[in-house]
Unconditional design. Structure first.
Lengths: 462, 293
């Protein structure tokens, strides 16, 4: 027992007197059981939204980008807003599994699997937008540096849009193998429990014949550590590069050096909010309250509060620098944001992102599940508005007052966005029914140090 | 490689570590340990060499970085230099800041993927690979030590019995040639009560060949617990088997030949049984007597 010591002041991360076997049973239950009515209802709604989105995508591609609300002044709007929003959400998963692994935060183990799943599913949504915006998505492969049999030109490695191609594809694929490698022992557990032959076959296939030898585990831990070390700068680089899409341009409101850290903090902020939204529902539906405890929710709320405050600092810094720079275009861009025709979007962003997380200073509020859920939704909305504000308000009043205009989305813009939300939830709901949603092998390693029964046992001994 | 193993099963990681310490103290070789999760300190205890996968990862990173530099240099500087916003286009070094992001991403891309591929290949993990954990519970809550037997079976057993073990099984791989299903088990924790009683009879292997026949096995049972089985070398259509007489019916192809073979085995069994009852040979010898040749 000595090697399992943990400071008594730390709260248990696994509650409900679990044994190793009980963890397996709890994690396998949603997979082995059948879906309830609510699952089918939510799945049906998501699927409908997804289909609606596909319809709008087909309409866009067959008719043209003119079906969107874009105009000559505002050439980038909903599409890129949604792209950045989804990529931002996709940052929490790798942050939780990689950065928190490096910091040896044990509470990551209850939530990392779902956070990583969310990452992958949201990056898929993000990737759709630039491809649709190409207008001719069947030529999407032109963005990879292929030998130039089409003409004389290569892709431009000076362009942040190309950096994005490399960053997003690296992020998606590395996150995917990180996720899958962690899944192998858990798939193996499901495989070895399975009684239905078809289920056994499928889980044998996806568990890659994992047997759990001592040497396998040694390599597994080393690979996880190195991947975490790689994914940490990767996750920071991805949103840095996304911010470069704006920061390297010369549009007032975009051309600021604060963008990379500001965007990264915002990404973590929105990612954690989405993890919170999903997990608060999932812990209830899948009966995982013993693994995703109020302690987990509280810690995530603290991260949301801190990153929200960093984002707030960035907003204020932007305003200050705009004034301090003495550049009147820059000054006007920010004045226009806060008081111009899109003032409501700006203040929606401010309220949702800067003010609402400050409630988390109160322990009573940050340990309240209902309140946490509401705030997580509010933050998700706020972070969407942040991107909308940055993109549309910076563009709609450009250098020539004669071309000043407004942007309003068409039903196609909205439909594609709703479609990606539907697609995301379709993927996540399927995941929740077929994948081990808790990294059970990892949770078993902390059971003796952080399980409530073991902690009590140690307290009694004293 | 040894053909006979002891599988000592534990239901707790600390019990497992204690047992391994105990076995090491007695200089018993441990071939493999299967655990449901990474047990802290297990690799040191088993004297596993540190994995070199991180070194490999570093090399892969260097390859990725080099690839990135060479690719960008070729595309942007050598093959088709372009004037992009007046940036210096004829020198990699002067244009470097704009190339850093892609070089970084390629470094990470190569490291991550090649390292994971290396891990999968070294640990033999890929789709359609059969799992090799001896009992399915080792992915749930059981910890299994596989110990090869080199004529020291009783010594190993006595050591394991001093530890807080859950289950103890002897696996004999030499007796399962045509297929890989294991049949022979000794449940030692439930000590054999009536050691003098033995039964020898025929059983069918559960697995059928594609033509519908299956292996006829000779099964040895002693007392309540010990049971061995070995293929008799005969493949029989089960539907033509008459279990009362322990022979095949006339419908079985080449039934005379088959029945003769069965009869000769029966004779051998009877003589061995008699020898065992008389106390001339041990149970293990009786088993060998029938199954060898």
């Amino acid at each position: 027992m000595g090697s399992h010591y943990e400071a008594p002041i730390r709260k248990p991360l696994v509650t409900g007197n679990k044994t190793y076997h009980q963890i397996s049973v709890d994690v396998a239950r949603p997979i082995e059981g059948s879906a309830n009515k609510q699952w089918w209802i939510v799945f049906g709604i998501s699927l409908t939204l997804f289909m609606w989105g596909i319809g709008c995508i087909i309409y866009t591609i067959s008719t043209g980008i003119g079906t969107w609300g874009l105009n000559k002044t505002v050439g980038w709007a909903w599409d890129i807003t949604n792209f950045v929003w989804w990529v931002g959400i996709g940052h929490a998963g790798t942050l939780i599994s990689a950065v928190l692994l490096l910091f040896r935060q044990k509470w990551r183990m209850g939530i990392n699997r779902s956070a990583e799943a969310m990452t992958i599913f949201s990056v898929i949504q993000a990737g759709l937008f630039p491809i649709i915006h190409m207008g001719r998505p069947w030529l999407a492969y032109w963005i990879v540096p292929i030998p130039n049999t089409f003409g004389s030109l290569w892709v431009n490695f000076n362009s942040p849009l190309l950096w994005d191609v490399f960053a997003i594809s690296t992020y998606l694929t590395v996150s995917l193998v990180f996720w899958w490698t962690g899944l192998l022992p858990d798939f193996a557990m499901i495989r070895d429990r399975a009684v239905k032959p078809f289920q056994k076959k499928i889980y044998s296939l996806v568990s890659f014949g994992w047997s759990g030898r001592a040497k396998d585990w040694q390599r597994f831990e080393e690979v996880s550590l190195v991947l975490a070390g790689l994914a940490t700068p990767l996750v920071l680089s991805v949103h840095t590069i996304v911010s470069f899409d704006f920061a390297t341009s010369v549009i007032p409101g975009w051309h600021t050096t604060i963008f990379p850290p500001y965007f990264v903090a915002g990404a973590i902020f929105s990612g954690f909010a989405m993890v919170q939204t999903l997990l608060i529902v999932m812990r209830k539906v899948c009966n995982l309250e013993d693994y995703i405890t109020v302690q987990h929710i509280e810690l995530m709320n603290i991260v949301i509060m801190i990153t929200g405050s960093i984002v707030g600092c960035a907003y204020i810094t932007e305003l200050f620098i705009a004034w301090y720079s003495g550049v009147e275009y820059e000054q006007y861009a920010f004045l226009n944001r806060a008081t111009g025709p899109y003032w409501w979007a700006y203040w929606a962003m401010m309220t949702c992102n800067v003010f609402s997380p400050q409630f988390m200073w109160f322990k009573k509020l940050r340990t309240s599940i209902v309140f946490s859920f509401v705030i997580s939704i509010v933050v998700n909305i706020g972070m969407w508005f942040e991107r909308f504000v940055i993109i549309v308000t910076s563009l709609h009043r450009d250098y020539l007052p004669s071309s000043w205009t407004m942007f309003s989305p068409t039903f196609v813009d909205i439909g594609i966005f709703l479609g990606t939300i539907g697609f995301f939830f379709v993927l996540f709901l399927l995941y929740a029914r077929t994948f081990p949603v808790i990294a059970q092998a990892e949770v078993k390693t902390i059971l003796k140090s952080s399980g409530d029964n073991y902690k009590e046992l140690r307290d009694k001994k004293k | 490689m040894a053909e006979k193993f002891i599988h000592a099963v534990y239901d707790d990681d600390d019990k497992l570590l204690d047992a391994i310490k105990n076995l090491k103290k007695n200089k018993i070789m441990i071939e493999e340990v299967f655990t449901p999760f990474p047990v802290h300190g297990l690799d040191h205890l088993l004297d596993l060499k540190p994995t070199r996968i991180a070194i490999a990862a570093f090399i892969y990173g260097c390859i990725g970085f080099t690839f990135g530099v060479l690719m960008i240099n070729y595309i942007m500087i050598v093959d088709w230099p372009q004037n992009i916003g007046g940036k210096p286009s004829f020198s990699l070094l002067e244009n470097l800041p704009a190339f850093v992001p892609v070089m970084f991403e390629l470094t990470v891309f190569f490291t991550g993927h090649l390292m994971v591929i290396t891990f999968y290949l070294r640990s033999r993990l890929w789709p359609f690979k059969e799992a090799e954990n001896p009992i399915p519970e080792t992915t749930d809550d059981k910890f299994l030590i596989q110990i090869p037997i080199y004529g020291n079976e009783s010594k190993i057993k006595s050591i394991i019995k001093t530890t807080d073990f859950y289950d103890l099984t002897v696996i004999d791989e030499s007796v399962k040639k045509p297929d890989n299903t294991q049949d022979e088990e000794i449940h030692n924790f439930e000590e054999t009560k009536t050691d003098s009683e033995i039964t020898i009879g025929f059983v069918f292997h559960a697995r059928k060949y594609s033509d519908g026949s299956s292996n006829l096995r000779i099964q040895f049972t002693r007392g309540r617990g010990q049971q061995y089985a070995k293929n008799s070398g005969l493949r029989i259509y089960r539907k033509h088997w008459i279990s009362k007489k322990s022979e095949v019916s006339e419908k079985h192809p080449e039934y005379e030949k088959v029945n003769n073979a069965i009869n000769s085995i029966k004779e051998k069994i009877n003589s061995v049984k008699q020898m065992f009852v008389d106390g001339k040979i041990s149970f293990e010898d009786a088993y060998k007597e029938v199954t060898e040749n």
